[in-house]
Design a protein around this ligand. Structure first.
Ligand code: SAH
Length: 446
């Protein structure tokens, strides 16, 4: 899994390559609402200011107009200041326009409370000229840290932990890492929270493996936040845009969290993909499985399965499930998840989904239903052409990028499938991103 370092990190987890075509539109709006909460935004760091920061007056104006003081600088939440119903309207229009040539698009499923939904929170650490520790996110397209105390879309428990880690770095005299010189230690914090379980994982990312006074640091952090259930030390000594390095040691707890989704329990480790909006994910997966119309007799493929979520949830209603995923950590979690839930009719394969499907096609295999949930870049022709050979009656395509969904629908609808219906889901309120689930069925003659 790739976790991007820049502000777009938020939704890049799914992206592993360049899309074939298409770009999503970005529009910026601002309304007159004043922020109702206070955010401390620290200024002046010892880092070089990026280009385009000359207009301080504009910054003030932006602060006054936006719900968020770093809006426009952090690069996330492009739609934050648009009333929520208008955000939904905008996403509805976008998906409808793109999918119109292929199928009807139903009403977008929005959130009741579109704030603080993110269960995964990342902060990069640095310091000001006077040595004060700051944490926040990279300004768009740069390595300049925009200090953030709290974010309107992130889990508030995670933001509080990050704020307190800043204080601990000071008391433990731990230096933050300097990317240019490679000097210093503390790079990032990644936090994952369990929506139903309440479990919290804190990943401390260091430039080198030794955390001074490790035990006391962990003790102090747990004292401040007894709700933390596990603390992991991750070492990333590379000059890279990835947040996490390869090596990990568990400092406290199990090294992963668990959470419930659609009645099943899932183990989530630091590097596995897991949907960031748990409330909407339940609705999305519920719809995906409903669209598949399973009766208990089907052979199902869950492609791009991550930690196994969709296939495991569908397994009760299918004869067997074959799941495939490229990220080895996610596959490991998926296997544990099957056991954890006592599920015996799901098999997991660690492979590229396209290669795997081609192998199945060449072996003359058949499938009744294919769930596919590819990264933003969508699927590839290898995958799609192999699906045609496997001849599933139904394809349920879960997409986080409607332009690549439209592109893949074009291919599938040209080759014997009919796109029946699509339902957009607002998985990422305040941002321009939108998720869509689309049902395709095989035309009788093919
Ligand atoms: N269905 C899962 C994961 C969806 S995200 C869920 O909803 O939680 C997309 C997943 O595709 C990620 O886990 C990513 O690691 C995986 N992936 C990306 N490229 C892949 C490829 N070529 N073959 C198989 N899996 C891939």
């Amino acid at each position: 899994m790739r976790i991007e370092k820049n502000n777009k990190r938020t939704f890049k987890e799914k992206s592993t390559g360049k899309p074939w075509t298409g770009k999503s539109e970005t529009k910026k709006y601002a309304d007159k609402k004043k922020p109702e909460f206070k955010k401390n935004v620290t200024k002046k760091t010892d880092q070089k200011k990026p280009e385009g920061k000359k207009n301080e007056g504009k910054k003030e104006e932006r602060k006054r107009k936006s719900l968020c003081p770093v809006h426009g600088r952090c690069g996330g939440c492009q739609l934050l200041d648009i009333p929520y119903k208008d955000q939904l309207k905008q996403k509805q229009t976008q998906v409808t326009k793109l999918l119109k040539p292929y199928c009807p698009v139903e009403k977008i499923v929005g959130m009741e409370d579109p704030f603080h939904y993110r269960n995964k929170v990342h902060a990069v650490f640095g310091h000001k000229k006077d040595g004060t520790v700051i944490s926040g996110i990279y300004q768009e397209g740069t390595h300049f840290i925009v200090p953030v105390d709290e974010c309107l879309i992130e889990d508030q428990r995670a933001d509080a932990i990050i704020r307190d880690i800043r204080g601990l770095l000071k008391s433990f005299k731990i230096k933050t890492y300097n990317e240019d010189t490679g000097y210093g230690l503390f790079r990032h914090v990644l936090i994952r929270t369990g929506y139903h379980s309440g479990q919290i994982m804190v990943v401390l990312v260091l430039g080198s493996p030794i955390l001074p006074s490790k035990n006391n640091f962990v003790k102090a952090l747990r004292k401040l936040h007894p709700e933390i259930t596990t603390i992991v030390l991750n070492v990333n000594g590379q000059k890279t845009s990835m947040i996490l390095g390869e090596k990990e040691t568990v400092l406290y707890g199990k090294g992963y969290i668990e959470d419930e989704l659609c009645g099943k329990t899932f183990r989530i480790s630091s590097k596995s993909f897991y949907q960031v909006n748990p409330v909407q994910t339940e609705k999305l997966y519920g719809k995906a499985i409903e669209l598949a119309g399973l009766t208990g007799k089907e052979r199902v493929i869950d492609a791009y399965c991550g930690i196994g979520t969709i296939g495991l949830i569908a397994s009760d209603k299918a004869k067997e499930v074959i799941s495939v995923e490229l990220n080895p950590d996610a596959v490991r979690d998926a296997i544990v998840n099957a056991k954890r839930n006592g599920i015996k009719n799901v098999r997991f394969y660690h492979n590229d989904a396209g290669i795997f499907m081609r192998q199945m096609a060449e072996a003359g295999e058949h499938a009744d239903v294919v769930f596919m949930d590819p990264p933003r870049s969508g699927s590839d022709e290898k995958f799609l052409s192999s699906v045609l050979t496997l001849k599933p009656e139904k394809i349920v395509y879960v997409s986080c990028e409607p332009t690549t969904l439209a592109r893949d629908l074009k291919y599938l609808t040209k080759h014997g499938y009919k796109a029946v219906r699509a339902v957009p889901f607002d998985m990422f309120p305040a941002t321009e991103h939108v998720e869509t689930v689309c049902l395709l069925s095989r035309k009788a003659s093919v």
